[in-house]
Structures are given as C-alpha cells and as structure tokens.
Design a protein around this ligand. Structure first.
Ligand code: TXA
Ligand code: MG
Length: 321
C-alpha cells in the first residue's frame, strides 16, 4: 500500500517518520520527483535499487536542507562555496570528496570516494529534509529505463505498492534533472547536463569541461577511473578458498580462508547489497595487511539485487589495464 501524503505539516511529519524508519518515500523537487531513503541506512538505500529494478549500482544524489549540512559530509573548496551561494538551493548537484567521518552509507555513492550533494529549491522538499535531519538519497522516482516523473501520477504509475508513500508536492516546475558538476578532479566537469546551463557555470568558474557523453559506449569494465576497484585481484564463483585468500561470503562461509567478510549469513540479496562496498573495502585492506594474494567471492544468485551485485563483482574482477 502506497500512501499519498498531503504537503502539510502533518504530511511532512509522516513522511519524515517513514524515512527515519528506513522506508521509501517519493517527494517532489523543482526538477523531478525523487525516490527517497535515509542515505545513512544501507538497507534502505538497497531498497531504492530494488524498487527501481536497477540492474547495477549507480551512485545516488544525497539531498540536504542547506549547503552547510551538505558540506559537513564532503570537502568543499572555494569553487563549491561560491556555487553554493547561488545554487544551493537550486538545480545543481556537486560531486565532492567524502569526508572520512561522513556517515552516508557507501552504497549510496556506489562505493566511490566522492558523493553527489544537492539542495532542492522546493519548499515541501526543504521542509521534509529539515524534519528528517538526515541526508536523503534520491534518484528520480521512476522504474529503471523509464522517463523521470514530474507528477505524483507518474510516480504511482511505476512504483505504486512498492514504496511506503508519496509526498504530494505538486507538479515539478523544471521537469529536467539537476546539472551534475564534478569538482573532485583537476578541472570542473559536467557529468550530466541538466536544468542549470553549463554556460552559467562557466561564467562563474571559467574553465568547465563537458564530461563523457551520456549513453556513449562504456570503457572496458573495471577500468572506469570513477569506479572503486579493490587493489587485490578478485576471483568469482569461488567454491573453495585458500589460507592466502580473503573470502567474500554469501551464506554459510567456505572453510579455510585467511579472512572472511559475511555479506549475508541467511543468503538475503538485499542485506548483501547493503554490505557489498563496505565488504570489498574491508577485505581489500585487511587482505593486504595480512599479505593475502586475492579476494575469493562466493556465488550470489543472479536474481533481483543479485544482478547488481554480480555486475559490480564482475567489474571488480575484470582484468586491469
Ligand atoms: O534532479 C535531480 O538530480 C533528481 C532529483 C530527484 O534530485 N535526481 C536524479 O538522480 O536525477 P539520478 O540518480 O537519477 O541521477 C544521479 C546522477 C547519475 O547520472 C549519477 O551517475 C550521478 O548523478 N552521480 C551521483 N553520484 C555521483 C558520483 N559520486 N560521481 C559521479 N556521478 C555521480
Ligand atoms: Mg534518473
């Protein structure tokens, strides 16, 4: 059952309570409707991927009530602060390096060292974000491969019955997603053109590069610089493990490994998804500390979120250039 909540104090309070309890709530912004979850709760974030039917873990945008709250979680330099004065709130998403103490789940950023942050320019969304008091991870509230929703009818068409509630925020004014600007590299790069024109950014920053064309053929798997790959080699579909290997376990662990990280003892793909990136990172550092030669990953069923887990593991195991 998906509840439709009105844009009143009461509706916003109910939406906030659901989000804090780890439920999914769609809400409107000035660009498109977002499918929100508590970004610090990895299982809630895993549920976003499940509900959207995403075949892989794309990094999600984290929404905040103001720039100050966002910059408590990421490292903002002079350019980020300058842009924030004008465009936070606004249709601009900034990709910045995570702070070490950042409480956002690794799954939210698909395991990357960076995080995309945004402050929506919409009174209901801002009231909700203030009320929740936690960052909200939200991709567009549509099924994977369908167009972004700009009304609650669009949201319900795709996600009715799969999410706890929709906060009715009226139709979205812009109808086009936010512009995603990466400030974590040497030069600012527009990763996704959107509601804020690149020219406006150039006027403020000078040099701004256009990123990889959306939809262009991806480079060799595992080679995308922006994707986290463990430094230890990864072996897939392991049915045995040696003392010189670190084991990524799913279900009852194989005996004999030099180190073990359990994705889900009970063999639950949602739990496994929520622990995947933390597990890869831990095994990589622990394995190297112990002088192990690689990571052995036990098979994960290729169903529901298992698809996305296997996609990520295949890329981690692909030969490096
Ligand atoms: O207008 C919007 O941006 C909407 C509303 C709901 O805020 N959100 C949205 O999210 O469009 P989504 O998940 O559909 O698109 C997020 C985009 C993707 O292209 C993703 O690859 C990029 O942002 N992104 C997120 N985090 C990133 C990161 N750390 N590094 C690079 N790209 C990132
Ligand atoms: Mg989208």
């Amino acid at each position: 059952m998906t509840e439709i909540l009105p844009p009143t104090q009461d509706g916003v309070e109910q939406a906030a309570a659901l989000l804090r309890a780890g439920e999914l709530v769609a809400f409107g912004t000035e660009t498109v409707y977002g499918l929100g979850a508590d970004a610090t709760n990895a299982e809630a974030v895993a549920r976003i991927f499940e509900a959207k039917g995403r075949p892989r873990f794309n990094p999600l945008i984290c929404h905040y009530p103001d720039a100050e709250a966002a910059f408590a979680h990421v490292v903002a330099g002079a350019q980020a602060r300058l842009l924030a004065e004008k465009w936070m709130p606004g249709p601009l998403t900034l990709v910045l390096r995570r702070r070490t103490e950042c409480p956002v789940a690794l799954l939210t950023g698909a395991g990357l060292d960076t995080l995309a942050v945004r402050v929506p320019l919409h009174p209901v969304a801002l009231a909700l974000l203030q009320m929740v008091g936690r960052p909200i991870a939200a991709p567009s509230a549509n099924l994977s491969g369908q167009v972004s929703p700009t009304t609650i009818e669009h949201v319900l068409d795709g996600l009715k019955g799969q999410i706890a509630a929709v906060l009715d925020s009226g139709p979205c004014r812009q109808g086009l997603e936010s512009t995603v600007l990466d400030l974590s590299r040497r030069w600012p790069v527009v990763l996704r053109p959107g509601a804020l024109a690149t020219e406006e950014l150039r006027q403020m920053l000078g040099r701004v590069d256009a990123g990889e064309t959306p939809g262009a053929a991806p480079r060799a798997p595992g080679m995308l610089a922006s994707h986290y790959a463990p430094r230890l080699p990864v072996r897939l579909e392991a049915i045995s493990a040696g003392p010189d290997e670190a084991l990524l376990a799913f279900g009852p662990p194989l005996p004999g490994a030099g180190a073990v990280f359990q994705l889900s003892e009970r063999g639950d793909v949602l739990e496994a998804a929520s622990r995947l990136f933390a597990g890869l990172r831990w095994l990589d550092s622990e394995g190297r500390r112990l002088g192990l030669r690689g990571i052995a990953a036990m098979p994960v069923p290729d169903e529901q979120l298992g698809h996305a887990i296997n996609d990520r593991l295949r890329r981690a195991a692909a030969p490096r250039g």
